[in-house]
Ligand binder design. Structure first.
Ligand code: C5P
Length: 404
């Protein structure tokens, strides 16, 4: 089933050259199962004709307040009733200014004022128009009014200049809209998670680490935010951008990760250990760079603390989720890890299926059995994990979470 099956999106297209990307966006939405009603402004139609959108969406395109195709003649009311969202892409400086001040002088601006569903805008304009204090002032007003702003991106502009104001690519807008419409399964919940590898120094330039891209942990942080949770992420050394609205704490070593986790633990509903925490660290760290002398070198290692194990056995433990990346016997190892660490849920995967890549194939293990998720992009897998997590929390029904 398509990601947008059963959802109707009102796509507003205003007068910027990025309107050509709106054609691709409408195609992506339709392909994902959405019903797309395009509302084209007069200026928008100068860039892309109504026939293009009508052909791509298979539906009439709306352009005028005085359109009498709606039986009651009220397109400005009826179009948004029952819609999942209004998305304006591209959104020009002009339409943003009108939205900020409640001006309604055409169909699109009027239906935005009359809507009863969320509004998202993808600004697209010359960098100086974007940076102009008037536009920036309008963006503050729109954010305050709860309008979701997508982008803009930085880069080459149609006018030949380079800077902020480029509309996001169609695929990025599609992903953002999809994320925005996720069910708020974790509304009011607080989630703490670890992500990425740790780095245990040997000397000032060398260290021991695990191969972990951090992508699964970052995707899970994003999925939790999308589901309405307040998310704190303790991240080992990775270069990934912080997902929107995630409180990120950067650490290097497993000891620092443990300290940050314990400090932020009070009040959390869920703890998810996604990080590939080093199991051993050098017992002593050399203050000076160890010189090579062509001979073998012996490092004495000591075990690190098991952060997840420690959190899960506390009396005030939140619901705990662990990850088990195994190279074989996934079912046996993941289930025994769940029991040994007293976890509510273990996300198991074979390292050959997920390590470092963009996709993953996981199986969820809880007290009632094993639940394989279909292989997919890590963000999709993360949303599947969140849905399962939310159902476990619902079963607790306000009682303390049982990590067993
Ligand atoms: O014990 P093992 O490393 O096999 O378990 C993996 C799970 O435990 C992961 O969820 C990982 O984040 C967590 N872990 C931890 N602290 C450690 C080692 C693993 O939190 N020192």
């Amino acid at each position: 089933m398509g990601a947008f099956a059963g959802k109707r999106i009102v796509l507003g297209v205003t007068g910027g050259i990025a309107a050509y990307k709106a054609a691709e966006l409408s195609r992506l939405l339709v392909k994902a199962g959405a019903t797309v009603d395009v509302v084209l402004t007069q200026a928008g139609s100068e860039f892309v004709g109504a026939m293009t959108f009508q052909s791509l969406t298979g539906r009439p395109v709306w352009q005028s307040l005085w359109d009498d195709r709606m039986s009651n003649g009220m397109a400005h009311i009826d179009l948004t009733r029952g819609a999942a969202a209004v998305l304006i892409a591209p959104a020009t400086a002009n339409v943003l200014a009108k939205l900020a001040y409640g001006v309604c002088d055409d169909l699109l601006s009027t239906l935005c004022l009359a809507r009863d569903c969320p509004l998202l805008v993808a600004p697209a304009m010359n960098r100086q128009m974007w940076e102009n204090p008037a536009t920036q002032r309008n963006m503050v007003l729109l954010r305050h009014d709860g309008v979701k702003i997508l982008g803009p991106a930085t880069g080459d502009q149609a006018c030949g200049e380079v800077g902020d104001g480029r509309m996001l690519e169609a695929e990025a807008i599609f992903d953002e809209l999809y994320a925005f419409l996720q069910p708020k399964l974790l509304a009011g919940k607080r989630v703490l998670l670890t992500a990425g590898p740790t780095f245990e120094p040997i000397d000032p330039v060398r260290g021991l680490t695990n191969s972990s891209s951090g992508k699964m942990g970052f995707a899970l942080a994003q999925a939790c935010v999308e589901a309405g949770a307040e998310v704190t992420m303790v991240a080992g050394p990775v270069m990934l951008p912080t997902p929107h609205n995630v409180m990120r704490i950067d650490v290097q070593t497993s000891a620092q990760m443990r300290e940050a986790v314990l400090k932020n633990l009070p009040g959390q509903d869920v703890f998810i250990g996604v990080a590939a925490v080093a199991d051993y660290r050098p017992k002593t760290v050399s203050a000076e760079k160890i010189k090579k002398n062509g001979k073998s070198l012996t490092l004495l290692l000591e075990a690190t603390d098991d952060i997840l194990g420690e959190v899960a056995t506390r009396l005030d433990a939140p619901l705990c989720v662990g990850f088990a990346a195994e190279s074989q016997h996934l079912e046996t190892y993941a289930e025994s890890k769940r029991k040994a660490k007293k976890l509510a849920l273990v996300v198991g995967n074979l390292v050959q299926d997920g390590l470092g890549g963009e996709t993953n194939r996981v199986t969820l293990f809880d007290a009632t059995g094993a639940y394989p998720l279909p292989p997919a992009k890590k963000i999709i897998v993360a949303r599947g994990i969140v849905a399962h997590l939310a159902s476990l929390m619902e079963k607790c029904d306000g009682k303390p979470y049982a990590n067993h």
